[in-house]
Design a protein around this ligand. Structure first.
Ligand SMILES: [Zn+2]
Length: 127
């Protein structure tokens, strides 16, 4: 019952994930059932960007362990923020990635800012 309620609480990001999985033809490669439950879905792409959408973690098939751990670290943020996760956590994350792509921030500067630094801490990322 708790699992169902948690799934519904995170429904907006789950809907986004299921659409992204369909569009990118991603496939499930791994289940991580540690502190939090999450499924890794990989897609064929040269990108180094991943996405964390509730229990669905979308990563390129060649994702590094650092990226996988980082996306896993977003799981508790999604669980806490529920339907507010996408505007409160997802939007700043997208903006920070955009700033890196435009040369306005370095990767290190982005990783030092919230919510990325918190995701790194929860995912026990060692950079
Ligand atoms: Zn992130």
């Amino acid at each position: 019952m708790k699992k169902i309620l948690l799934y519904i609480w995170q429904l907006p990001q789950h809907i986004v994930a299921l659409i992204a999985i369909k569009i990118t033809k991603a496939y499930k490669t791994e289940v991580r059932n540690g502190t939090w439950y999450a499924e890794y879905w990989c897609y064929d792409c040269e990108s180094s960007l991943g996405g964390s959408y509730g229990q669905y973690l979308l990563v390129p098939c060649k994702a590094t362990q650092i990226l996988k751990d980082h996306e896993y670290g977003h799981c508790p943020q999604s669980m806490w923020w529920g339907p507010f996760y996408l505007p409160i956590v997802g939007l700043p994350s997208v903006v920070l990635n955009w700033m890196v792509s435009k040369g306005k921030l370095t990767n290190a500067e982005r990783n030092a800012k919230w919510p990325e630094n918190q995701a790194d801490r929860f995912g026990k990322v060692v950079r």
